[in-house]
Design a protein around this ligand. Structure first.
Ligand code: RP5
Length: 183
């Protein structure tokens, strides 16, 4: 029953339909054109069975919506906010200015500058208003979710166990590839 689960239409719904538990992470993006990349974050939460909500809100086009979303987030049970945006990416920083929750920023490649613009705008925050800034694009979106899970796992031993398994699987995958190369 959360309005923010329905904001980005059919494509996003596939990630949110089954999630009945109250979201603990909020994924925001500046435009629905960011969804193909930001979905990597949602995919990881699905894998870890962490309930999340996902919506579009823009620091520049809908500044009031961003503020309202951020201010009401703790009341909904949100513990961490992930914000992905391209171009002059002020979304994560503006969110961080309205909350004490941890904010993770994902710079996106959405302009002729290839995401360098978004990276610098997201990472270079003034002292006192931190944004944990990930790498540009898909890897950054996935890492935002992994980092969020690591933070949540500090107080959730089930999730901590899933992260141990996730990391062990990555190790195993590398070994498998190495074995395949040897033939
Ligand atoms: C940013 O501008 C969005 O986060 C997106 O990455 C970029 C382009 O937005 P659209 O013009 O595709 O809506 O605010």
């Amino acid at each position: 029953g959360c309005q923010y689960r329905h904001d980005i239409g059919e494509k996003a719904m596939k990630h949110t339909k089954k999630k009945e538990a109250a979201a603990v992470v909020g994924i925001l993006m500046g435009s629905d054109s960011d969804l193909p990349v930001m979905r990597s974050a949602a995919d990881f939460f699905e894998q870890m069975h962490v309930p999340y909500e996902m919506t579009v809100a823009s620091a520049h086009r809908t500044p009031e919506l961003v503020m309202e979303y951020t201010r009401t987030a703790p009341k909904r049970g949100i513990q961490i906010i992930i914000a992905g945006a391209g171009m002059a990416a002020h979304l994560a920083g503006v969110i961080a200015s309205h909350t004490d929750l941890p904010v993770i920023g994902v710079p996106l490649d959405a302009s002729p500058l290839g995401g360098m613009d978004a990276l610098l705008a997201t990472v270079q925050m003034p002292p006192g208003v931190p944004v944990a800034t990930m790498g540009i694009g898909k890897a950054g979106a996935k890492n935002a979710a992994v980092l969020a899970c690591r933070i949540l796992a500090l107080a959730d031993s089930d999730l901590a166990r899933k992260l141990v398994e996730f990391r062990a699987r990555m190790v195993e995958e590398v070994h498998e590839k190495a074995r395949a190369l040897k033939g």
